[in-house]
Design a protein around this ligand. Structure first.
Ligand SMILES: NC(=O)c1ccc[n+]([C@@H]2O[C@H](COP(=O)([O-])OP(=O)(O)OC[C@H]3O[C@@H](n4cnc5c(N)ncnc54)[C@H](OP(=O)(O)O)[C@@H]3O)[C@@H](O)[C@H]2O)c1
Length: 384
């Protein structure tokens, strides 16, 4: 999987002045890509993909050692987000001669810095880092990826790359939901009640642990075979949604100061009834409609429809006695730095469900596509 060839004169003149120290030269790399939107059969390995290149002085080039696969990758493979993301790609110069194709998927990674831009101050060549990169960027299911220094942090020293590669995307998304949008102040939530819906997946397994690390009382939902996992991660109460009606079960419990809802749809409305009316309680759903609306209606109408929906959601929140908000994945290196400390303190552990070698990415994507995950699916880039 080594980088091949010598960098072209054109590429050099375009990016050289941004780079502090160039430690490699290449025109091609291996990457899993799609050449048009569709299903899993669109995914193919290119050994001559255009090499990732720093295009901004605050960017870095990373040699990827491990990367996870997320439901977002499957959805992006089908075209999810293309309208709005292409506008951003155009602005940020990440289109390939006017098109997003070939599109490399993958949002997070654990790896090593191999090149830094002139204005990178926090990292140096050789640092072991982890991160989750913006959806407009060419992805991490490639030998090399480009990131900005605000999207990453140093990798926890007690994790392997495979373990570390499983965390950044779900950590950044959960942080966006609980902390940035939900505004939970970790110094003031000790003993507060949180409901984490879908506790067995990537988001749920991380969110249970983050809430426990902050001293919250965690209730979660999952199916029978995941109950043990949820308890092992610290959940205080587990509702098995395959054996009981979750909403009837929750009637017998105290209400919640916070609800994290990765599922969306009618679940959001049903769950909102269990918000505590007294304590500035919040439900944050990850069912963020902006990209979908933009794909269906175009960017501007999609923005308008999403803004109107936000108004309705706010009203529903008021009716429920708390507030309902949307959150979405947002790269956040500062959050990863805090999560790194929690991992090193033993308060959060990666939950790796399955590991596939880089060469078997198609099987790995299939596993994520089929669902019922218990933690994360990770690609290991180490040569077999
Ligand atoms: N807006 C954003 O930026 C954003 C970012 C990340 C994730 N998300 C969304 O959040 C959702 C979860 O993400 P993820 O990464 O955790 O996905 P995941 O790893 O695929 O996990 C989903 C989990 O939910 C469980 N589940 C399914 N239906 C359930 C139900 N009714 N009650 C309780 N558990 C249920 C599944 O297991 P069983 O089916 O076996 O029960 C699975 O373990 C996805 O839909 C994703 O699109 C949104």
């Amino acid at each position: 999987m080594g980088l091949k060839g010598a960098i072209s004169h054109k590429t050099l003149t375009r990016s050289w002045h941004y780079v502090q120290r160039r430690s490699y030269s290449a025109t091609a790399m291996s990457a899993w890509q799609v050449h048009e939107y569709g299903g899993l059969d669109q995914l193919s390995l290119s050994t001559t993909a255009r090499a990732a290149t720093i295009k901004h002085p605050t960017e870095m080039l990373i040699k990827v050692h491990a990367a996870s696969i997320n439901p977002l990758d499957i959805r992006m493979m089908g075209g999810y987000g293309r309208s709005l993301l292409n506008v951003i790609r155009k602005q940020r110069g990440t289109l390939n001669y006017g098109t997003e194709f070939p599109l490399t998927l993958g949002r997070d990674f654990s790896g090593i810095v191999v090149e830094v831009g002139r204005r990178v101050s926090k990292f140096k060549v050789g640092d072991e880092v982890w991160g989750a990169i913006g959806a407009f960027r060419p992805g991490t299911h490639a030998e090399y990826t480009v990131t900005s220094q605000c999207e990453i942090s140093k990798k926890p020293s007690n994790l392997t790359h495979v373990e570390a590669g499983s965390v950044p995307y779900v950590a950044a998304t959960t942080w966006a939901a609980i902390k940035t949008v939900g505004q939970l102040d970790h110094t003031k939530v000790y003993g507060q009640r949180i409901l984490v819906l879908a506790g067995s997946g990537g988001i749920g397994t991380f969110a249970i642990q983050l809430a426990k690390a902050w001293g919250m009382h965690v209730t979660t939902t999952c199916s029978t075979d995941a109950v043990e996992l949820a308890v092992s991660l610290g959940a205080d109460e587990v509702v098995d949604y395959t054996q009981t009606n979750v909403w009837s079960e929750l009637q017998h419990k105290e209400k919640f100061e916070f609800i994290l809802d990765p599922l969306g749809g009618e679940v959001t409305d049903k769950a909102a009834k269990f918000l505590s009316p007294w304590k500035n309680s919040k439900l944050v759903t990850l069912n963020f409609p902006l990209l979908k609306n933009s794909d269906e209606m175009g960017v501007l109408p999609g923005l308008v429809k999403s803004a109107i929906s936000a108004g309705f959601v706010t009203l529903k929140g008021i009716q429920s006695g708390g507030s309902i908000r949307w959150a979405a994945f947002n790269p956040n290196g500062d959050a990863l730095e805090k999560v790194k400390r929690l991992v090193e303190d033993g308060k959060i552990r990666p939950v790796v469900y399955k590991v596939y070698p880089f060469s078997e990415a198609q099987s790995a994507y299939k596993t994520v596509f089929e669902g019922h995950l218990r933690g994360k699916v990770v690609l290991d880039f180490k040569p077999a």
